[in-house]
Ligand binder design. Sequence first.
Ligand code: PLP
Length: 234
Amino acid sequence: MSLAENLARVQERITTACGRAGRDPSEITLLAVSKNHPAAAVTEAVALGVTSFGESRVQEARVKIPASPGRARWHFIGHLQSNKAREAVALFEMIESLDSLDLAAEVQRQAEKQAKTVRVLAEVNIAGESSKFGWNPAQFLGELDRLNAFPRLELHGLMTIAPYSPDPERARPVFRRLRELRDAAADRLGAPLPVLSMGMSGDLEVAIGEGATLVRVGTALFGERPRGPAGAGE
Ligand SMILES: *Cc1c(COP(=O)(O)O)cnc(C)c1O
């Protein structure tokens, strides 16, 4: 299956899911997750009209981003270590995986140095899986005011990764709780948090049904990922 065919199929899935949910497909951003795939795959996707790409490792992105078309926009979606915050701020338009106040403080510090404003999403570990990063929901609400106070961070919304299951319906309560948490957080801030990043290759329809505005799709576009270097955790 070619990338063009895969892309058409994913776009059709998004359109169908929007139809069922009574939503407009223009509300959904498709983030093409290019991790473990070469810059050539990004170049091909850009030629097909894809504009937003997701990477989960700074080491990989620092090579791939300069080798990719300048039109590509990049979101960081992996666990960010503080010592990589400087590079992440330089390379990425959005950090979707902000997962602690300590990391937020470091991103703020680097953004200040680079005279930049950084768009961020707060990653929330809705299901409480020990293998995943992200705020616990209650703790997130407790720390929200402090998170929102960093002058160089623009909080646009929330992100979550649902537990893996072959049955996409299993993810529905997770997606629903992320939306409810977003609503509570927006209420508390008195400002909209428009972005809900949830849903991947296996469960994007369910995520769109529950309000996703950004779906992160790797495998359904680029095929199975070649194995990354040792320790390239996902
Ligand atoms: C790898 C990854 C994806 C893409 O997953 P697929 O199942 O290949 O679509 C989405 N989000 C995050 C955070 C990832 O690490």
